[in-house]
Design a binder for this molecule. Structure first.
Ligand SMILES: [Zn+2]
Ligand SMILES: [Zn+2]
Length: 109
């Protein structure tokens, strides 16, 4: 079976795990989950390749401007805070909240 490196449903955003069977929609070139695939007449199965590494799931950038932490409301000075983009969500966090969130997310289930 063909593989895909897409790590979430391009229709509803549901995250995929490595080895999941997902569906390619030739009509719009999207990879979707089985629930979203029901809406389409013509789909081709794909298997999700590789393990989802946190690095690929997240894009972490250092902020160059001061901001208020989305987690605890602390004022964060430039260079200390991190902006984390996870799938379609972007959060701005102080170093403490960032660590907590990364710990939570790295625990599967
Ligand atoms: Zn979906
Ligand atoms: Zn915080």
């Amino acid at each position: 079976m063909k593989t895909t490196s897409i790590c979430s449903c391009q229709s509803c955003g549901k995250p995929f795990a490595a080895g999941d069977i997902v569906y390619f929609v030739p009509l719009d070139n999207n990879i979707v989950c089985h629930i979203c695939a029901i809406e389409h007449d013509k789909v081709e199965p794909r298997v999700v390749e590789g393990a989802m590494e946190l690095d690929t799931l997240f894009k972490v950038t250092t902020s160059s401007r001061p901001f208020v932490c989305d987690g605890c409301g602390t004022y964060v000075v430039p260079g200390e805070g991190r902006i984390i983009s996870l799938l379609m969500v972007t959060v701005r966090l102080c170093p403490k909240c960032q660590r907590e969130i990364l710990q939570k997310l790295s625990k599967t289930d």
